[in-house]
Design a protein around this ligand. Sequence first.
Ligand code: NAD
Ligand code: UDP
Ligand code: UDP
Length: 324
Amino acid sequence: MSGVNKRVLVTGGAGFIGSHLCERLVERGEDVLCVDNYFTGSRANIAALLGDPGFEVLRHDITFPLYVEVDRIFNLACPASPVHYQHDPVQTTKTSVHGAINALGLAKRTKARILQASTSEVYGDPVEHPQREMYWGNVNPIGLRACYDEGKRCAETLFFDYHRQHGLDIKVARIFNTYGPRMHPSDGRVVSNFVVQALRGEPITIYGEGSQTRSFCYVDDLVEALLRFMETPVGECGPLNLGNPAEFTIRELAELVLRLTDSRSRLEFRPLPSDDPRQRCPDIRRATGLLDGWVPVTPLEEGLARTIAYFRIALGLGPARTLV
Ligand code: NAD
Ligand code: UDP
Ligand code: UDP
């Protein structure tokens, strides 16, 4: 891949996806600046990179302006789990919208190429299935998820307007549910919840009947796609769906986690949160075409096994005999 020794800014670089992305960029020899306010990220996520001469970290909130010199910007800063983004919804919208304006202003001044981590949530509770990029979505603008969904939709609007109005070199990635090591154990998302609950022998909390579906992408596959997308020709702006099209019900996920952890946790059914999408699955044909045949290569079972191995250590349980 091209791009040796570029100055690359990763906002949200101490988070789950951001830390894996920083790692890959440093491995590739780039000069990486990680910017994070540690709202949901942590120093532990980037600890292994801290001594590397190609890596620098700045504690900063991207709702405030940032003046640095860079060639590439990955804009990932934003809490991503419903529990975290609903904790301070006004700040969530500010992070998406003011954060995008500042990142775009920075890209405009430095003439940097800029990639936005958008989300499948822009499709809301989709009435089209699987979701293609031309689908406009079905979002409740005043619901509990709106701070995230509408914030990300507005950020997409800003990216395309900066592109049309100021000629910015933009890339908009719509990321679908991604999981893997370094998810926050109390982040509230389904994979981390189920794995932690199974390992601790606590009840597995299924919201609703567990018949809603999601498509889970292992983090390494997603990061590979982000890196490839960033290096596509000028004018390939997206939006581009990135995710794993293998679709599972939440109940199937629970049963797989129980089997892989060899856990005796029971299933506990809880009320479905409001505006919870019933089905989600990406159509990734556009990404496969643009990104040199990219497709996710990690099956759910394998990615879950690696994630479980990580959480065993993170929770102080030590490695399992049957795993890894
Ligand atoms: P995460 O919460 O682990 O990472 C987000 C990072 O942004 C954290 O390190 C957090 O501290 C930082 N941050 C939050 N607000 C900030 C602010 N105002 N200024 C600076 N830093 C700030 O979540 P993640 O799963 O790694 O998600 C990364 C990006 O990918 C997000 O933009 C998210 O919306 C997007 N995304 C993730 C998924 C997924 O399934 N993980 C799906 C779709 C989109
Ligand atoms: N900005 C920034 N870093 C820069 C340049 C701009 O953070 O290097 C911010 C600044 O806060 C500005 C915003 O980005 O308000 C949008 O920049 P733009 O040039 O579009 O607008 P203007 O400067 O006219 O407000
Ligand atoms: N979910 C669940 N139990 C949990 C956490 C989540 O059943 O402990 C469900 C949730 O209602 C949703 C799906 O799992 O239908 C995915 O939730 P997550 O928060 O991971 O992501 P998102 O809803 O943003 O896709």
